[in-house]
Design a protein around this ligand. Structure first.
Ligand SMILES: C[S@@+](CC[C@H](N)C(=O)[O-])C[C@H]1O[C@@H](n2cnc3c(N)ncnc32)[C@H](O)[C@@H]1O
Length: 216
């Protein structure tokens, strides 16, 4: 019998602290290759994407660090972690005192991972398996997006949507390590972080990540 998504996550990850956010514990893959292969084998048949949820991406770590160190950015506010992956940014927002936190993902495995990770940190996160990019309303005060500029069509669509939310009045923060499809305008630099990472995942041992505010 095929394991449930929760069983699969628990069997293939370890509860561990991302290097830049030791306050947060996440079910993460300790080595890239075995999990990537395991998920590829299991998930390919179901047409599901690679296990982005099993890693604390450098963008998410920098954004989570920024929120933990500057809680006023989210305190008492309605917050969305867009493209949440493991949910690291949503968890940071909840720990920093947000009034409510939603995490949006289009990957069903990520939804299960965020549930497990939120529970491991004793925080409340509302989780939506939904593509928000076609929505024209914006019910959040703050939108946070970590590491979303790694594929051209996605980055263009995501950035357009984030910019429209900023124009509707939301504060939109994006963290990026200089990925290929980061837009060159409409961004105000807020802070820089040096984030430790694995050679497997990033081809180097640390990356410089910038937290930007999107200006409408
Ligand atoms: C590189 S991961 C970053 C995850 C997390 N933000 C972090 O920094 O650790 C990108 C994530 O974006 C998600 N994603 C891609 N398109 C999306 C969309 N339209 N809506 C929500 N999530 C999306 C993917 O499933 C993946 O988990």
């Amino acid at each position: 019998m095929r394991p449930s998504t929760e069983q699969f996550i628990l069997a293939n990850t370890l509860l561990s602290e991302p290097p830049s956010c030791p306050e947060i514990r996440l079910f993460l893959a300790t080595e890239v290759t075995p999990l990537w292969l395991a998920t590829e084998t299991q998930l390919q048949e179901q047409g599901l994407p690679p296990p982005y949820w099993a890693f604390a991406w450098v963008g998410g770590q920098a954004l989570a660090r920024h929120i933990l160190d500057h809680p006023h950015r989210v305190k008492g506010k309605r917050v969305l972690d867009f493209a949440a992956g493991s949910g690291i940014v949503a968890i940071a927002a909840s720990l920093a005192g947000a009034a409510s936190v939603e995490a949006a993902e289009i990957d069903a495995m990520a939804i299960s991972a965020i549930k497990l990770n939120a529970a491991a940190n004793n925080v409340a996160v509302t989780i939506a398996l939904e593509d928000l990019l076609d929505r024209t309303d914006c019910r959040w005060d703050v939108i946070l997006a970590g590491d979303v500029c790694y594929e051209r069509p996605m980055a263009e669509k995501v950035f357009g949507w984030l910019r429209s939310c900023a124009a509707l009045g939301a504060t939109v923060l994006l963290a990026d390590p200089g990925r290929a499809y980061l837009p060159t305008n409409g961004l105000m630099r807020l802070a820089d972080y040096s984030i430790a990472c694995s050679l497997d995942l990033e081809d180097r041992l640390s990356r410089e990540v910038t937290v930007y505010q999107i200006v409408g």
